[in-house]
Design a protein around this ligand. Structure first.
Ligand code: ZN
Ligand code: ZN
Length: 147
């Protein structure tokens, strides 16, 4: 039994609870405008009703996939949503094309779903999830502080 593992999980737990404690207003989690730059391959831009603006690159969103499998994998490795996986130690580094969506589908009025170039499509990105992982500097600083 590894004590290291226990410590990491509880740190993650504490951080997640801290992040989730913060109440977000309805305007904060309702997009006024959503732009998915699928053809350009750049990423997603959301202007929220409260005036906040979030921008994510596609590889960032792929690394933030909220599905249970990806979430648990991040939890085990103490990575924040969007944090890339460390490169595997290998003598022959493999080129990995940056993730991009091959399909983007709205899910009801509350979320968006991507089918990624690597075939993964289990994640449902709710507006609330996206707002909570806003990649702007002040929001990311808050997430890191909770870690
Ligand atoms: Zn996933
Ligand atoms: Zn932000």
């Amino acid at each position: 039994m590894s004590h290291e593992g226990i410590r990491i999980v509880s740190a993650e737990q504490a951080r997640r609870e801290a992040v989730h404690e913060e109440k977000l207003s309805a305007d904060a989690i309702t997009p006024a405008k959503v732009k998915v730059h699928k053809t350009e391959g750049t990423g997603v831009e959301i202007l929220w009703k409260d005036g906040h603006r979030s921008v994510w690159t596609f590889p960032w969103l792929r690394d933030a996939c909220p599905c249970a499998t990806c979430h648990e994998e991040r939890e085990r490795n103490d990575r924040l949503p969007g944090e890339p996986k460390p490169k595997p130690q290998s003598l022959l580094p493999m080129y990995e094309a940056p993730a991009r969506p091959v399909e983007v589908t709205p899910v009801g009025k509350y979320a968006i779903k991507f089918k990624w170039s690597d075939g993964h499509e289990a994640g449902i990105y709710s507006w609330e999830f996206l707002r909570r992982v806003c990649s702007c500097e002040p929001c990311q600083a808050k997430l890191r502080a909770g870690r």
